[in-house]
Design a protein around this ligand. Structure first.
Ligand code: FES
Ligand SMILES: [Fe+2]
Length: 452
């Protein structure tokens, strides 16, 4: 059951202090925001001024830049930021703009350098950002360059393998900003995972329509009916401070809406196989598959000496802990890997955004350990982490094939976006299955100074 005053709980016997326990729901009121936040230029410009510079933004992952001199680039709107691994192992972030005439100093998404050389007039900078050399320095009046212009640094910090930046420098320390309990992200050891696929697609809609759509499973039975055979569509929604949130989506189980809870379907058999089980040997009902898969994964992890599994509850071994990092990231977290979704605003058009998907996998070299099917990786994908694949990019017109579920979401988002512009639409009415959406917008308003 899911009633507005009695939300669904995945594991009612989870100890109160555990990460799995349902959190007490804060009162976020019943306000209905004006839909103009989804399409007007004014609101978009306000976000560029009052939102994006103020927040910590997920800019990269540590395993992309393991060695000193390795860098990766994060673009958002008109800004481009370079993350660079330092000699002492720390990470610095610089605006990707040469202090001479503003040319980008890093022209590739990723690379490794012992110094940065600007392609325009060949000024050089240490990886620490310090100015190394000005070409034909004697042609500059000494007063103009007496401050020895280096790369412009911005705040950068990381947690559990995820790298964040803050542009206006005024945000609280990252550890205080992350509203999740300590250990929540760290348990997954994302620093031990590698990017095995990175796909960015352009969608027709506002970035917040993207966030809203992925923050609930209320739409699953209607838009993605095919998921009913392998996952529950009632999720446990948990709201954390600073706009952070989580939904636990039970997987390896049929939706409660399906009458036949006994027959084990080929989809569920596949999931058992993925966990290293022999599906033919399973005699129980469909309802028992989730527990059996959890037990099989637990036993397999023990056999293979995968200690990090000990940090996870049974539920975490099957379910998706879809975790929202305010404002524009959701990570589907699993012991085998994580699926990072980043919703990047278009620089000038409030009616477009980029949906950035980063699939990360922790490689285990064993014939009984499989890459999970939910990752949807193409057959020839290198999952060992030996090669970092380049980002695949598709414009809206190119209509990327993202797989059946995400293809349905692409259509959905554009239809929702259009309807929200209608003069007949008065603003979203969110139920308690959409409590994360309300929580997100409330924090957005707060950060942007639209409410106290
Ligand atoms: S713009 Fe970089 S050296 Fe001139
Ligand atoms: Fe969806």
């Amino acid at each position: 059951m899911f009633a507005y005053n009695k939300p669904y709980v995945v594991n009612p016997s989870a100890p109160e202090q555990s990460l799995e326990a349902k959190r007490p729901q804060p009162d976020n009121g019943l306000d209905v925001p004006s839909p103009d936040r989804y399409y007007t230029r004014e609101f978009m410009e306000r976000e560029w001024r009052d939102l994006w510079p103020r927040v910590w933004l997920l800019a990269g992952v540590t395993s992309d830049i393991p060695e000193s001199g390795d860098y990766s680039v994060f673009d958002i709107g008109h800004e481009s930021v370079v993350l660079v691994r330092q000699k002492d192992g720390s990470i610095k972030a610089f605006y990707n703009a040469c202090p001479h005439r503003g040319n980008k100093i890093a022209l590739n998404d990723m690379g490794s350098v012992d110094k940065f050389t600007c392609a325009f007039h060949a000024w050089q900078f240490c990886t620490s950002g310090k100015l190394l050399k000005i070409t034909d320095e004697e042609s500059f009046h000494p007063d103009l360059i007496k401050h020895r212009p280096g790369l412009s640094e911005l705040r950068c910090d990381s947690i559990g393998g995820l790298i964040f930046i803050n542009m206006d420098g005024k945000a609280p320390p990252l550890a205080d900003w992350i509203g999740l309990p300590k250990g929540y992200i760290e348990n997954y050891a994302i620093d031990q995972m590698h990017v095995v696929r990175h796909v960015r697609t352009e969608w027709r809609g506002n970035w917040k329509v993207g966030v809203d759509s992925f923050y609930e499973t209320y739409h699953l039975p209607h838009i993605h009916p095919q998921t009913q055979g392998v996952m529950e569509d009632f999720s446990q929604y948990d709201l954390y401070p600073n706009g952070f949130s989580r939904m636990i989506v039970p997987i390896c189980t049929k939706s409660h809406r399906i009458e036949d809870q006994d027959t084990v379907t080929p989809d569920l058999q596949y999931m058992m196989q993925e966990a290293g089980m022999d599906p033919a040997a399973y005699r129980g009902p469909a309802q028992g598959v989730r527990g059996a898969v959890q037990a099989a994964k637990r036993a397999r992890a023990k056999r293979l000496g995968l200690d990090h599994y000990e940090r996870f509850t049974d539920g975490q071994l099957t379910d998706s802990w879809a975790t929202g990092l305010f404002p524009n990231v959701q990570i589907g977290m699993h012991p085998e890997g994580v699926f990072i979704m980043r919703f990047l605003p278009h620089a000038t058009d409030p009616e477009r955004f980029y949906y950035d998907n980063i699939t990360m996998y922790r490689y285990v070299d064993d014939p009984n350990y499989f890459v999970p099917g939910w990752m949807g990786l193409p057959k020839d994908t290198d999952v060992t982490g030996a090669t970092r694949p380049a980002m695949e990019f598709y414009t809206a017109d190119q209509k990327a094939d993202l797989g059946p579920v995400l293809n349905q979401d692409v259509e959905l988002v554009s239809a929702v976006h259009r309807g929200q512009k209608s003069r007949g639409f008065a603003g979203p009415l969110w139920c308690e299955q959409e409590s994360r959406v309300r929580h997100f917008h409330r924090e957005l308003d707060r950060v942007m100074g639209l409410r106290r």
